[in-house]
Design a protein. Sequence first.
Length: 461
Amino acid sequence: MENTFERRPWLLPILLALLTLILLRPVWAATGQALDGKDFQGMFYPLHEYIRQTLLSGELPLWNPHQFIGHPIIGNPHAALFYPATWFMWLVGTVRGLNLSMVFHAWLGAWGMSQFLRSFTVNNRKVSYVGSLLAGVVYGMSGWAAARFYAGHYNLFVIFGWIPWSMVAYRYALRRGTWRSALPGVIVFGVMLLAGYPPLVVYGGLALIALWVLHIAEIEGTTQAMLTAGVFATLQLTVIGIGGLILGAALAVPAAELTVVSARSDADLSFANSFALPPAQFLSLAVPNLFGNPKVPPYYYWGADFFEAFSAYAGLLPLLAIPLAFRWRWRANWYFVGMIAFGCVWSVGLEGALLPILLRWVPGFTLFRTPARGLFFVLIGMAGLTALLISALQTSDATERRERLRPIVRRWLPIAASIAFAGGVFFSGWYASASHVEPMPLRAFLVSGALTETSIIVLGV
């Protein structure tokens, strides 16, 4: 398969497109049927239909008199008037246009992440096409991405699709080392701002800062050479940020003015922490549906509230890649492990001690009311480690592969499968022993099924 990609690299985005179309067939194939995410229904479909109807009537959509006591559309980032996908919705219809836009940005994010991983090297060779393909799948087709459909987070998902390309652009600028090479980063950053969800743009900026740190760590040579390269990398990142702000000013400036008077501008620490991830929810990274599923009756989801922010399941292979990263000690591994660590600490809010520091010292961070979205960084880290692991296995000889994988095959996986299976038996027994009591402990039965399913998957691995 790798040889096929080497000869025909254009097959990678095509294969990711086919996988995206298969996964999201109910979204793009449904003619005239709206997605049922609450933000889709309550915000995006009505807002964009009003904009479209206003334009068709020959007027400019500057003011919306139908919500609250009226509000300016141009200052509403969710309207994203200057983003090209919004224009597409005006042409083909709001429902179909928004549905197709979601599919397009899922593929865009998957392809971008695969391209980003191709910029790294493993054993003096570029990350393999197969590894980068799996990284794209992990990123664009994970539980974190799927939760955006459940919640209806349209603007957030659009920027989610662009963030990998901002990292590709910055890596490109760092490799070329010219002022002109920063131009793609400026364009991508500006487009992200125009897409209309500034908080996730800031998350993308943090990912670029982490890349800056990696670049500094990779510089070799004299102290003067390292200092010169570090200063230039800083200036390039500054150019990307300022240039992007100028390009996206049509939305950034009015949105900033509206944000100053918004109800969320004075959120305090306790309010922000109310959307933090309970540590127990980390179990759902390994066992999907451990706390139920909000779309599956009759018991639905019974975990901590805010399901859409707590879901980030990406499969067991990315989780296995985390401990294996410590057996192949490349600098790139530390970048992705650091992303996972930062995401975990940030997502738990006060439990991680990072939230009060950021809220106190970073201006405007009180607007970030959902620390649990820090799982986004965990997703980037798992996608990256998956690609590096697969590439390392492909470029290692049989003896090295045996040595690296022996602890997993002989200890970690059997122990994990045994624990999951024992948990399945325990909760099944709990259900059986109390099935004559009302109300029946049916949640125990569902947990038993989820644990047993996980043990079977681990044995398969």
